[in-house]
Structure formats: structure tokens, C-alpha cells
Design a protein around this ligand. Structure first.
Ligand code: UDX
Length: 427
């Protein structure tokens, strides 16, 4: 049993904290947002994450998990301090480390001798010198232990890792972090801090590149008349390529890929390396969203609906099973469409607040479809696959679904007189 303080109670911090409590440790989750702490203490999770509410409840009931906004009071007992803080992007693409700096300078005099600072936050490669300078303590160790948690399946990913990466300078400190995960499977990769940090960035860049590749393949299939579903099956069944992150979509978004690819490009430029593939991946992703928006505008033009076109966007978050709209492709497409359409409605099963890009964000799929000429499916929620096609046909003014995720039941829709277009369709 280790006494652990987690600094930052977002989806990474809370998942890490509640899972480490489940594994038998005593965990205090700290957050500077006292409203968030209050709601966590009352058992309310401030965001949607599958399975986390039960874990938090159990951890609290068993006395192994607690929440506080008082960083200074919690730190002196900690054997390990996990940094799970946001490192958002600055205008030049680099990562903003101000929260990390603020925490380290605050705990300088409070953190126990031989404590281990474990950083889960994505920290720019080779920042260790900075972290050490901010903490100014030679008797405390820094270990990089990047997270590979997907929003929506973060708890599952934590408890069933394929690999655990631990980077540090002190073997004993690294072993102690390793022991935390003793009951979990997956490969252990023990390395230095720089390599661990690099693994995190290049993993995200590789996955983003894979998606951009398959998105371009999707458009290529449209150009040559190949069947995208069969082409993907042909690719993904070869284990050298692997099936994950091979589903075409409207482009990748979220809190990690956009920020981390830009930060990686920024770091490579400042170290004199030209990371061409990462630059191309970022450009390809934006070009893909622009392509989708212009295809939609073209379809509306064919329908002679330029002046009073009405469009609905189904799925506002950056992917299904999350309520997170950060860098959501749906919102980028909405912004691009806004100047071409008269009315834009949106629907999402988990995100229902109003948004400036939309005339209305509805909590009802069919209300969002009502009176529209064209509906764009931007996330892969199962409910889109089973939507009532006959009802949609009656409610819509037009008859087109643009399915960027290839999830709709094309047979059911076409039997109801609806047309389904995909990125891979010929116009
Ligand atoms: C990602 C990484 O997967 C995780 O390991 C990392 O630590 C945090 O960033 P996340 O952002 O939650 O996780 O989402 P992920 O499921 O990887 O998807 C990222 C984006 O790519 C989403 O916009 C998603 O819709 C898109 N995507 C993903 C596709 O378009 N096709 C796919 O096949 C997979």
C-alpha cells in the first residue's frame, strides 16, 4: 500500500486515482477547483466516463479515496505525487506548463524526502531539467509514466494495459512505480525520462497518422470506385497493420491528438529536425474536414438549396461515448458550413448545451432532423445505426444522410427513400 496524492482530477487524474485506490493504495485527489472537489465528495462525477462513478464510490466507502482542494495540506504524507495536470497548447503549438510549474513551486518545501513525483501529464520531451529546477529538491525523484487512456474507456484502459512505460534516472524509484501495477498485465518498458516522454508523443502521432491515412484511403476509394469497407478489412486483417484506429471518420479530434501532434511538430522544429510525416498528418486532418464540408455544400447545391439550406449534425463531441467537445471535428465542420447554410441544428446523446455554431442544439435526434435537407453523422453512436428511417424521412425536408463514420444502416435508410452518402462515395 502506497500513500499517493494525485494532482489534477480531470479524466486522467480521476481515473488514475480511483484505479490506484482499487489496487489497494490510499489516494488523495487534489483539484484547485473547489466546486469540482465538492461535487466529487458528494459522489457526483463532473464529466462522463464509463465505470468511474462506481469506482469512486467504492474507493470513498472503503476509505481509500478522498478529495481536497488543499494541495499544501495533503502533500507531506505522500510517498508518490502523480501530476495529472492539463498542458494545453500555446499559440505557437508548444505546451503550456504553467500549471505544472505552479504545483512544483508550491510543494517545494512540503514534499517528503525520497518522495517520487510521477508525471502522467504529457510533458514536452526533455523538460526534466525544468521540472527539477522548479522543485529544487535533490532528494526527490522524477519518474515519467505516460498515460494511454482513451476517453470513454479510460478505466478499462488503465486496468488492462498493453504496456506500462516508466522512465526515470533512479532504478529504485522506477521499481517502486512499477510495483504499483504489479497485479496488472501488459509489457513493462523501463527506460529514461526522455524516451518515455517520446513514446507518448510518437504513439499519439502514429495513431493520428493511421487515421489520416485511412481517411485519405476512403477518399481515394471514392475516386477509383473501390469499396472502403472491404479495403479496410483487407488492411486490418494483416496483423502487421492492426485493426485499431483504422475506422474512417470526419477527422481526429479530442484533447490529445491535435495538441500532441502540434507540440511534437514544434519540438522537432526547435531541435532542428523536420518531422515531415507529422506535419503532413496535421495538414491532412484539416484538409479532410474542409473536404467533407465542401462535399456537403456541393450536395446542397445539387438540391438547389443554397440560399435556405437546412442541415443537422448528429454527434457533437469528438467521438462517441464521451461528452467532450474539445477539438471536435463536428464543430470544425459546423464552422465551415455556417457561411453556406441558413439553418444548422445539432444533436448529441451526451452534449446538450447550446453552441454558437448552431441555431439549436437539441436533446432529441428527431427534433434535430426536422425540416432539414441533409443530416451529417459525425460520431459513431450505436443509436445512429438503429435510427427510425421512416420517421426521419417524414420529418426531413430533404433526403440525404452524409455518413462520415460509415455507421448507418444503408439498407433501412434506402428502403425509406433516404440517400446515404459517404466520404468514399462518388458524387
Ligand atoms: C487518445 C489515445 O488513444 C490515448 O492513448 C491517449 O492517451 C489520449 O488520446 P482519445 O483522445 O480519448 O485517446 O481518443 P481515441 O479513441 O484515440 O480517438 C481520437 C480521435 O481519433 C477521435 O476524434 C476519434 O473519433 C478518432 N478516431 C479514432 C477515428 O476517426 N478513427 C479511429 O479508428 C479511431
Amino acid at each position: 500500500m502506497t500513500n499517493i496524492v494525485i494532482v489534477g482530477s480531470g479524466y486522467v487524474g480521476l481515473t488514475t486515482g480511483s484505479c490506484l485506490a482499487l489496487l489497494g493504495n490510499v489516494v488523495t485527489c487534489v483539484d484547485s477547483d473547489s466546486e469540482r472537489v465538492k461535487s466529487l465528495r458528494n459522489g457526483r462525477i463532473p464529466f462522463f466516463e464509463e465505470g468511474i462513478d462506481g469506482l469512486v464510490r467504492d474507493g470513498v466507502t472503503q476509505g481509500r479515496l478522498s478529495f481536497t482542494d488543499d494541495l499544501e495540506a495533503s502533500i507531506s504524507q505522500a510517498e508518490m505525487v502523480f501530476l495529472c495536470l492539463p498542458t494545453p497548447e500555446l499559440p505557437d503549438g508548444s505546451a503550456d506548463l504553467s500549471s505544472v510549474r505552479a504545483v512544483l513551486t508550491t510543494i517545494t518545501r512540503l514534499v517528503a524526502k525520497d518522495a517520487i513525483i510521477v508525471y502522467k501529464s504529457t510533458i514536452p520531451i526533455n523538460s526534466l531539467r525544468l521540472l527539477k529546477a522548479w522543485l529544487s529538491r535533490s532528494d526527490v525523484h522524477f519518474v515519467s509514466n505516460p498515460e494511454f487512456l482513451r476517453e470513454g474507456s479510460a478505466v478499462h484502459d488503465f486496468l488492462h494495459p498493453e504496456r506500462i512505460v516508466i522512465g526515470g534516472e533512479d532504478n529504485h524509484a522506477m521499481q517502486r512505480v512499477c510495483e504499483l501495477y504489479a497485479s496488472l498485465g501488459g509489457e513493462r518498458i523501463l527506460t529514461d525520462n526522455t524516451s518515455a516522454e517520446t513514446i507518448k508523443y510518437v504513439s499519439n502521432a502514429y495513431l493520428a497518422m493511421k487515421i489520416s491515412f485511412v481517411n485519405e484511403v476512403s477518399r481515394f476509394c471514392g475516386a477509383v470506385g473501390a469499396n472502403i469497407g472491404d479495403v479496410i478489412s483487407g488492411l486490418a486483417s494483416d496483423s502487421r497493420m492492426g485493426s485499431s484506429h483504422f475506422s474512417p471518420g470526419p477527422g481526429w479530434g479530442g484533447s490529445c491528438f491535435p495538441k500532441d501532434t502540434k507540440a511534437l511538430l514544434h519540438m522537432s522544429e526547435s531541435s532542428g529536425f523536420d518531422f515531415n510525416l507529422v506535419r503532413a498528418t496535421i495538414q491532412s486532418n484539416d484538409a479532410h474536414m474542409v473536404h467533407i464540408a465542401s462535399r456537403i455544400v456541393q450536395v446542397l447545391a445539387h438540391m438547389e438549396r443554397q440560399d435556405d439550406a437546412r442541415v443537422s449534425i448528429l454527434g457533437l463531441t469528438f467521438k462517441a461515448h464521451t461528452d467532450d467537445i474539445r477539438f471536435s471535428p463536428a464543430l470544425r465542420i459546423a464552422t465551415l458550413l455556417r457561411q453556406h447554410v441558413h439553418y444548422l441544428s445539432g444533436y448529441d446523446p451526451l452534449f446538450q448545451k447550446s453552441l454558437k455554431e448552431f441555431d439549436i442544439v437539441s436533446d432529441d435526434l428527431y427534433q434535430a432532423l426536422t425540416g432539414t435537407d441533409l443530416a451529417v453523422v459525425t460520431t459513431e453512436w450505436p443509436e445512429f445505426k438503429t435510427l427510425d428511417a421512416a420517421r426521419a424521412r417524414k420529418l426531413m425536408r430533404g433526403d440525404v444522410f452524409f455518413d462520415t463514420r460509415n455507421v448507418l444502416d444503408q439498407t433501412a435508410l434506402s428502403e425509406s427513400g433516404l440517400r446515404v452518402l459517404m466520404v468514399s462515395s462518388r458524387l
